[in-house]
Design a protein around this ligand. Structure first.
Ligand SMILES: *Cc1c(COP(=O)(O)O)cnc(C)c1O
Length: 427
């Protein structure tokens, strides 16, 4: 399979080349030149997350230098589960927070690292991966690459806009994973990263790559847990499973949408955003108007310009068809708070603020069919928000607790391109 740019002005490349590059040279995002279609029979006899991922991703790896290693890559990346736990009202909660940094981004980051470390062993120059994060991406990517030879990960996060535990995590890796706390918003961090990735002069001196949700190496593996949840449901009930997904940069939801297009038994995909309502406004019939991001309780979704929207437009070239295909709901901080308290009271389940947006959006619509909510982070990562609302303290899962026990350091940096270049070239 070959991969092309959403903007149509870049040469077709292999999967490995697309993964290594991050962004296409014309500034677009890599997408497959044709979307494979898999019959359900392709998954016969496959029950585990690993086996389902291999069957699902195999067409994308066809003809690539990594094709022979797909089994090993999936085994290395998906060594923790993604169970669905049912609330008393029948809503499923797809728990995506059992990885090393307790958020769904571990799936994509670990898969990307498993691919890149194999590609790096064939290269010589050290590679710097730059990652802008609204909290969870940086930790997942830092964790996935920590200690991998020949790779440095530079994390940029908006100072003061991530939770204390997130900040601690981001600075806790050290070694080949330095962290920069930037005086600005997530969008400022992302703009610095995009500019550096498009800076040919800088790249000649310092080979760069990205690991943001624009990376194909993160997007594709995220299809796996939706595929597994939907297949499990189909095998038990012969019915499609619908998903409500907390959405920021649209990477997680796009993976679900892509899995549906490939042929998995997935019904509706409901997009839940926080107060950053660019997507809901578009789906309500307005133009697509990126905006500066607003700080909210669901901070990993504080995105005013969802980067994967470009891939959604590629999947649905007709704007009316796109608008008819999805619902998107914006959820206020007040509603997030109410939902965290309410879910605890009704079901004795603690949810993170991001997960709460999807639960609120789903409840507000009273839709038919079977639904699962993507639970994107462990609530203990957002203890300063969740604990007062449920009146309980939350125990971090063991991997998170280990990270929190390490010392943490991040360098302050202005949201300034020259300052960023100096860090990249100097380190
Ligand atoms: C990143 C993140 C999201 C948003 O995912 P996107 O792929 O950016 O839409 C939601 N919840 C949590 C906890 C996250 O870390």
């Amino acid at each position: 399979m070959r991969f092309v740019s959403t903007r149509g002005h870049a040469a077709a490349v292999s999967l490995s080349e697309a993964i290594a590059a991050g962004l296409a040279p014309d500034g677009g995002l890599y997408v497959p030149d044709a979307i494979p279609s898999l019959p359900l029979a392709a998954f016969d006899g496959k029950d585990s997350l690993q086996d389902i991922s291999v069957a699902l991703l195999q067409p994308f790896f066809e003809g690539d230098v990594l094709a022979g290693e797909l089994d090993a890559i999936c085994a290395q990346a998906f060594d923790f589960p993604a169970p669905v736990r049912d609330l008393d009202d029948g809503t499923g909660v797809l728990e995506l927070f059992h990885g090393p940094t307790a958020a769904f981004k571990d799936f994509g980051a670990r898969f990307l690292a498993a691919c890149m470390s194999r590609l790096r062993s064939k290269a010589t120059k050290p590679l710097t991966i730059i990652v802008a994060t609204s909290g969870d991406t940086g930790a997942a990517v830092g964790g996935a690459f920590h200690g991998i030879a020949g790779v440095r990960v530079v994390i940029l996060y908006p100072d003061g806009r991530v939770s204390p535990r997130q900040a601690h995590q981001l600075g806790a890796f050290g070694d080949n994973v330095p962290a920069l706390r930037v005086a600005g918003s997530f969008d400022d961090c992302q703009a610095l990263v995009k500019r550096a990735l498009n800076d040919a002069e800088l790249q000649a001196r310092v080979p760069l790559s990205s690991a943001n949700s624009i990376s194909l190496g993160r997007l594709l593996p995220q299809m796996s847990y939706y595929a597994k949840a939907a297949l499990d449901h189909w095998r038990r009930h012969e019915e499609k499973l619908n998903f409500a997904i907390p959405t920021g940069n649209l990477g997680n939801a796009l993976a679900c949408i892509l899995a549906r297009r490939i042929g998995l038994p997935i019904g509706e995909v409901l997009l839940a955003t926080n107060a950053n309502a660019v997507l809901p406004e578009f789906f309500d019939g307005g133009p697509y108007t990126p905006q500066p991001s607003l700080a909210t309780l669901a901070n990993a979704m504080d995105v005013g310009a969802p980067s994967n929207f470009e891939r959604l437009r590629w999947l649905y070239p007709d704007e009316d068809a796109l608008r008819e295909s999805f619902r998107a709901i914006s959820v206020s901080d007040a509603a997030i708070r109410d939902t965290i308290g309410d879910v605890w009271e009704r079901h004795a389940v603690a949810v993170c603020p991001h997960t709460a947006t999807a639960i609120w959006a789903l409840d507000s619509l009273a839709l038919d069919g079977s639904w699962a909510v993507a639970a994107t982070a462990h609530p203990a990562k957002f203890e300063s928000i969740v604990e007062p609302l449920i009146g309980q303290s939350l125990t971090p899962p063991p991997a998170l607790a280990r990270l929190l026990a390490r010392p943490s350091h991040a360098d302050a940096m202005a949201a300034d391109y020259e300052a960023f270049v100096a860090v990249l070239a100097g380190g």
